[in-house]
Design a protein around this ligand. Sequence first.
Ligand code: NAD
Length: 490
Amino acid sequence: MTDDRGTLGRRSFLKASAAGSATFAAALESLRAEQAKEGETAARDARPIRIAIIGCGNMGCGDLAQALKAPGVCLQAACDVWPPNLEAGLAIGRDEVTAKHFPDERILKYYQGIYGGRSEKDRAEALKVAKAAKGYADYREMLEKAKDVEAVIVATPLHTHCEIASACIKAGRHVYCEKMMAKTIEECHSLGKLARDSGLVVQFGHQQHWNVWYTLGNKLIHNDKICGPITHVRAWWNRNGSWLRAVSEEDVKLIDATKCGYKDVNQLRNWRLFWETSGGLMAELACHQIDIVNWYLAGVPTAVVGMGGLDFHKSDWGGDVFDNVQCIFEYPGGVKLTYQSISTNSYDGQGEQFMGPEGTVIVSRKGGFIYREPKTAALGWQQHAKTTKNAKGQTVIAMKAGSSPGLLGGANKQKGQAIKGDDKKGGDKEKDPYHDYRLALGDWADCIREKRQPAANWEMALRAAVPCIMANEAMRKKAYVEIGAELYTV
Ligand SMILES: NC(=O)c1ccc[n+]([C@@H]2O[C@H](COP(=O)([O-])OP(=O)(O)OC[C@H]3O[C@@H](n4cnc5c(N)ncnc54)[C@H](O)[C@@H]3O)[C@@H](O)[C@H]2O)c1
């Protein structure tokens, strides 16, 4: 797949636009139809691929379930140092999840019947492999013993990505490694070099490239030139909550975490809260958004300044990463990206806002808006488009057709308006066959079969990771930090 897969040509977009009030619905439907057609072709040619997973936590289980929805994919082995998560991973593959694995009913429902979309024969074959699948606490042992495993999902904490993904590549396995690519620039370079030279399919967890809203946003900016030349970008991810996971006395007794590289069980369970194991908000959230900005601007940041702090969760988090960050990134041509991520207020939710003299395009994982500048002539289809009010009461064109007025999750929630899809597993995501995670994992399997390099490859992952690592450095040093071109190459 390329960045352009499933995107909508200008002609078909305008044709859809002219159709009247269904402007974005038609554009989206056409886009989805193209993607579905490609999905059918892939399903017909699906030879079995035996996979393993390392790290069966929140994201690992999600990635595994999405991978197992792709025809031909079978779980042959699983690895996790935390026994309850290892059991959950194996249970997903065997289609035997219970409330013991996922006490939350919505999450449990999400993981039940994951082979639903596959043919009876294909499902039976996958289940046969999964019933015999073995669980491991040590990924090295798994790589050595599970000889038939062709490809591995790596969804462990950030500080282990380079070590574990590199071991998989060296063992000749294709890899789907979660974002962020790796914790340090050196690790990113080392993993990038290995991926490049291996000839294997090494894909990273930047699934937004398979997201219909982001694909449509890119078309609106580049084909339909809604903004004119982009002069400024604003991106934000605002949440109101804590990353802290409760660790009980029973948890502490379950394993000796020092044997698998953690200070204690708390650090294993709460790895996101420590600089030693995490990159904080920049690695967990911003790296997805920098990836989108790089994509739309076809460039990478050349410098960053920022301010961050652990100011509001000092007492409850017990770690040391920042709980709020504000950065400005410089892109070539004078374009600046102002970035904010906070954890004490969810107003505006998550989004990326691209601004130019003609207008503004706001995108998110769930939809988007277009806002034309007052002096800009209306587009031919604009009078027919579905309009709504944004949080500030301005009239905007909703990219999202259907029940939700769009993107501004926090504000919309406060007004009591329906939001389609959400951050939690389950709900509308489950009903959406074009969900970006599913497409990303399905395409990984297709890349392996077709000996094709993935879109979200090491170069894309490196371009997203480097600015985040440098932003953390800028915030820690309270300095203007240049990002040399050499950091983006290996
Ligand atoms: N692409 C996305 O949208 C997205 C979303 C969330 C998280 N992520 C990424 O996925 C990764 C995992 O995040 P998560 O939320 O699932 O964390 P998690 O803590 O829920 O899961 C991590 C799992 O790895 C296991 N683990 C830790 N060290 C290990 C080791 N040495 N060997 C084997 N297993 C080990 C842990 O026991 C745990 O089960 C992170 O890199 C995170 O940034 C990506």
